[in-house]
Design a protein around this ligand. Structure first.
Ligand code: NAD
Length: 478
């Protein structure tokens, strides 16, 4: 299958050229150039921001019922394009085809869910203090939105922003990651074809710093939403703060997994190996620091090492592949140096630990045991296939290590004891906690972190609230 080249879309029109020329899209499994899409900068960002005002007027004037129908139509179109979309996502991002397809289909479900939720964005009547008064709270869309998304979930992360924003009546300028623009481009195309006005939804990419600084400063944009690293979160939140804009920041994490002495090893070992190496560990809620009570420690390490050795690493286009490459050369060298630093400070490589081959950006599924908090990998978000295992004396010690970092995105606990579970629920500092399983992001549930992992939530009714503002009407009635 030859890949259709993604192109920026402004005012409903796909652009063959852009102000910064072209930039190569690279396949991380082969290092080869896939195609060279047009690359945008401040010029296109200003244009899209300007148009988004008229787009907002048109889209927000439409009834929630009609907006919902358009969004549902787009979700159907997305499902029809699943095969092409999955291939593009695998070629650009490296994840196995089956995972890419599942992400694409889940993103269509997310669109459906918000299409319905937009029809239930109720206001409220408040009982007044005087009989001749009426207090009504309307909920209004916040206005045009600038949305920035990462490469690791190139369909799901744009949809987490575009779907609730459109459902609320906002217009959107989307900037997907330069490494993986096709999914965002395809989502926008489906929505425009289904009836979203061209001015209400644009997609551009190219020079992230130029685009984000332009959009954060543009008076037309009322809200900035980012899924990305803590580093870029600080840049965008500061830029938006200068202009007193609302923000949602879904940032990095370093997610602890507490394995209590009463946990069921037959459950925790295969699940840990499966979720740790999903998308080669490039998942914001990837389990990273495994804190295992000493009675289970040796068996846990032996079990996950055996499971990791069996994983089939390769090009995501190969149906047998379970783990693909890292997404960039930079990611690969970061993982190499974190593993080397851990070993230098006394960690033991139970399996993996090295780059695979010279073509593409492959790294072995790696288990490092004997980890301790002084090692760089226990402090920086690894974002790669490193499972870091540290023994702990008891649940109190596990909680101290779990809460040690300024991040607070996801946390996990495996235990069969109600009192241990209660202790962990009460003591953990994070936005989300998974007990005896790892699945996190669902359309119905809020998703978000605290501290350096960001602010605000996506998903669920909280995800809709992020694009609505209360508007009070207090009336004296005759
Ligand atoms: P990144 O922070 O480098 O980029 C995120 C987005 O911001 C991209 O579209 C990028 O182009 C854009 N951007 C805007 N202004 C920029 C600037 N001045 N400089 C650089 N980029 C700028 O993140 P990434 O490497 O694409 O993704 C990985 C990170 O995303 C990890 O830290 C991961 O934990 C995080 N993430 C968080 C969540 C979550 O929901 N909390 C989900 C997925 C990924």
């Amino acid at each position: 299958m030859t890949q259709t080249m993604p192109r920026p879309i402004i005012d409903g029109v796909e652009r063959d050229t852009a102000s910064l020329g072209r930039r190569a899209l690279v396949n991380p499994a082969t290092g080869e150039t896939i195609c060279e899409p047009p690359s945008c900068g401040a010029e296109e960002a200003s244009e899209a921001a300007r148009l988004s005002v008229e787009g907002f007027e048109l889209w927000s004037a439409m009834s929630a019922f009609d907006r919902s129908k358009i969004m549902r139509r787009a979700a159907e179109q997305m499902r029809a394009e699943a095969d092409e979309a999955a291939v593009e996502m695998t070629r650009e991002g490296g994840k196995p085809l089956v995972q890419a397809r599942a992400e694409w289909m889940a993103s269509a479900d997310l669109l459906d869910w918000y299409a319905e939720e937009g029809r239930r964005a109720y206001g409220r009547l408040i009982p007044t203090r005087a009989p001749d008064m009426r207090w009504a709270v309307h909920r209004r869309p916040v206005g045009p939105v600038a949305a920035f998304t990462p490469w690791n979930f190139p369909a799901w992360t744009p949809m987490q922003k575009v779907a609730p924003a459109l459902a609320a009546g906002c217009s959107v300028v989307l900037k997907p990651a330069e490494e993986t623009p096709s999914a965002g481009w395809r989502i926008v195309r489906a929505l425009l074809a289904a009836g979203v006005p061209g001015k209400a939804l644009s997609v551009i990419w190219g020079d992230p710093a130029a685009i984000s600084s332009t959009l954060c400063a543009a008076p037309e944009i009322h809200k900035v939403t980012l899924t990305g690293s803590t580093r870029v979160g600080r840049i965008l939140a500061s830029a938006a703060g200068q202009h007193l804009k609302k923000v949602t920041m879904e940032l990095g994490g370093h997610n602890p997994v507490i394995v209590a002495r009463d946990a069921d090893l037959d459950t925790v070992v295969p699940l840990s190996a499966e979720f740790k190496f999903r998308n080669a560990g490039q998942v914001c809620v990837s389990p990273t620091r495994f804190l295992v009570e000493r009675p289970l420690y040796a068996d846990f390490v032996a079990g996950v090492a055996e499971a990791a050795k069996k994983l089939k690493v390769g090009d995501g286009m190969d149906a047998a592949t379970q783990m693909g490459p890292l997404s960039t050369a930079g990611q690969l060298s970061k993982i190499e140096s974190l593993a080397a630093d851990a070993v230098q400070h006394g960690a033991k490589v139970e399996t993996g630990g090295s780059r695979i081959g010279n073509a593409g950006y492959f790294f072995e599924p790696t288990i490092l045991s004997g980890m301790n908090p002084t090692m760089a990998a226990m402090n920086e978000e690894p974002f790669g296939p490193l499972m870091l295992v540290m023994p702990v004396d008891d649940i109190d010690a596990a909680l101290v290590e779990a809460n040690r970092l300024p991040y607070g995105l996801a946390a996990y606990a495996f235990t069969n004891s109600m009192s241990t579970e209660r202790k962990i629920v009460a003591g953990i500092e994070s936005g989300m906690l998974g007990i005896n399983h790892f699945a996190m992001a669902m359309p119905e549930t809020p998703f978000g972190g605290v501290g350096d992992s960001g602010m605000g939530s996506e998903g669920g009714i909280e995800g809709m609230d992020a694009y609505l503002r209360p508007f009070l009407v207090t009336a004296k009635v005759a």
